[in-house]
Design a protein around this ligand. Sequence first.
Ligand SMILES: C[S@@+](CC[C@H](N)C(=O)[O-])C[C@H]1O[C@@H](n2cnc3c(N)ncnc32)[C@H](O)[C@@H]1O
Length: 508
Amino acid sequence: MSADTAPRTSYDDFPYPGYAYWFTHPDHLGVLGSLYGLDTAPSNACRVLELGCGDGGNLLPIAALAPESRFVGVDLSATEIRLGMRRIGELGLSNIELVHADLRDLGDRLGTFDYVIAHGLLSWIPADARVEAMRLIGRSLAPDGVAMVSFNTYPGWHDYEPIRRLMAFHVASVEAIPERVQQARDVARWYCARVAREAEEVKGNLMVELHQRIAESSDSIIAHDYLSPHHHPFWFDEFAALSAESGLQYVASARQGRSRIGNFDADVAGMLRAIDDPVRQQQYIDFFSNTRFRTAVLCRSDRALDRAAGVERFAELFVESRTGTDVWHETLRDREQVSVITPVGGVAVQGLPLRITLSHLYRRQPVPIDFDSLFGAVLPELQLTGADEGRGNSEEGRAEMVVAMVKELARLYFMEVIHLWRIPPPMTLERGDRPRTGALQRLQAREGTTATTLGHRHTHLDPVQRQVLARLDGETSIDTLRAEIDGDVDDALGFLTSAGFLLAPGAD
Ligand SMILES: C[S@@+](CC[C@H](N)C(=O)[O-])C[C@H]1O[C@@H](n2cnc3c(N)ncnc32)[C@H](O)[C@@H]1O
């Protein structure tokens, strides 16, 4: 069946707004691939394919900042593709195309790509489409290409399965999607309350979590992710076998912290380290972590991977802080160590050199900096506080310090405390008189309550932030914004600057 003859899908009747997912960005995938020894393409000169791209909410912000790269998105929903193409037309982007097609009909006509993204697709399509999606990725990847495929997993999904089944069972004969969503929400709420009471010791916390998760989910997520007729969580080894059949092998997780062996207790970590088959090792990790969702980075099976990433590979990258804590803030200086909260839990940070370095990164967040400049910027303070232990005075000592710093930061990268870029996004903290953001960000601010930062982060905006962002065109002065917008423009500008919305001078 071709897309022209394809029946309307539920995504046509009830769209699923697309968002930016930072861990799908080709720069991130390229950095990860290169840390495992692949010769990956730079994100400013590469070819990217996204399967199940929806309205292009993930692909457009990347394409808008990489005019020399080429982007193709494919989706079965004509409505989603039309929405995305309208935006592409409004923005005048010539490096991106969204194709209305069933991925099962594509064959080889799209060519090869350095990066392939399939986010939120594999677990929600029928079995033949799952197999074909993986084959298509296998056929489409350039020799040193990198793919990111996300999917739901067991054993974690066993905890969620009863509620999903109940929601679908309850609305089986209800046609109208808004009604389906409302009734599914109601029955989920009753279920959580009842089971939490009946089996409090065993399921109390799980029900609280489930209830909260469903309450926070948008109607689109309820309609599609929870009520989809297709839902297939994978065991990791099953996914790895499907990948292998398609000529693909597992490289790493796009969200590293969740599956790092170093994050387990010593006895489990010891057992995991002794396993030399990466697939078995990852499957054990899923058992021990009760993993519910995976963001798997893949490459072609014929590439030899170097799984012991050398520190020297980090040295040419740009570093961005992603913590909400200044670990060298004057109120924290007398503490031996400071804990920073990351998406993978708390991480203890200690030692003056590391804390001073992280503090410098925190203060320039989210603008990335290269390691040399970072070291140059923190060295005077390291010397002043004696944190360099005299090594800052000799070339040899300074080289030792750089190696030590890169090692420490590499550990924190895998805990999502910092992020690494090869081609940093063109953002700045300098507002100037007439600040500027991208045309896409202005469009998003005019049309909705969320926008994508230049660092590819999905961000919610309040009404004043929206109005300000919509007018950051490089021509309107801050004084004009203050005069014409009802609200605290300076506060909004402060937020937009620190979130990473301001384009550096000279950036496209
Ligand atoms: C759950 S949505 C995910 C959208 C987006 N990738 C995200 O993560 O926000 C799944 C998308 O896959 C698309 N899709 C489903 N089956 C497809 C097929 N056979 N070929 C192409 N796209 C398909 C749907 O239309 C929908 O837009």
